[in-house]
Design a protein around this ligand. Structure first.
Ligand SMILES: CC[C@H](C(=O)O)C(=O)SCCNC(=O)CCNC(=O)[C@H](O)C(C)(C)COP(=O)(O)OP(=O)(O)OC[C@H]1O[C@@H](n2cnc3c(N)ncnc32)[C@H](O)[C@@H]1OP(=O)(O)O
Ligand SMILES: [Co+2]
Length: 146
């Protein structure tokens, strides 16, 4: 399995609207996307892109997520962390099925089957207890970005 780049850091928030003001006014972010709903994943999402250092690399991304619906998987997290907080990290891989088999063969709990994530490619999550306490998302690299 070829582990790829860190695609995004997921930050849970009770209010994407308030988080956008913070990232714009306090953090000085200039590339803030339009929030969009992902009902199948139980979240409202908004991407905040931070530019690459001059002349090198790719932008980094904060993925703001707000609960959508009663069954949202982040409601329990926000109950423990009412102001929100760093929720997960996401790495890219070239092939989601090869990656799933890789982690399963190493006894890491894969949470559910691959499904389409916020970037439009297949994703799955790895249980934080098997990942040093870090909820980890694995996503297939968008075509054209290989
Ligand atoms: C997919 C769309 C988008 C994208 O990028 O494409 C997203 O990223 S959406 C992100 C939201 N979706 C998910 O998080 C789905 C995966 N998450 C889950 O399945 C659950 O949240 C799970 C299983 C990680 C935790 O479930 P729950 O909170 O209901 O259970 P517990 O409270 O009992 O937690 C069990 C255990 O895990 C620890 N925990 C929970 N959340 C986190 C976290 N974000 N980071 C680190 N650790 C976490 C919790 O403290 C418990 O640990 P314990 O030692 O037992 O106290
Ligand atoms: Co994510």
């Amino acid at each position: 399995m070829n582990l790829g780049r860190l695609n995004h850091v997921g930050v849970a928030t009770p209010s994407i609207a308030e988080a956008i003001s913070f990232w714009r006014d306090v953090m000085g972010a200039t590339s803030i996307g339009e929030p969009f709903d992902l009902p199948a994943q139980g979240v409202k999402v908004c991407f905040v892109d931070t530019p690459p250092s001059t002349g090198s690399g790719q932008a980094t991304q904060i993925e703001l997520i707000e609960p959508l619906g009663d069954a949202s998987p982040i409601r329990a997290f926000l109950k423990k962390n009412p102001a929100g907080g760093q929720h997960h990290v996401c790495y890219e891989v070239p092939d989601i099925h090869v990656a799933k088999a890789w982690f399963e063969a190493r006894g890491v709990r894969v949470l559910g089957e691959p499904r389409t994530g916020a970037h439009g490619t297949p994703i799955f999550f790895l249980h934080p207890r098997d990942m040093g306490g870090v909820l980890t998302e694995i996503m297939e690299t968008p075509r054209g970005n290989h």
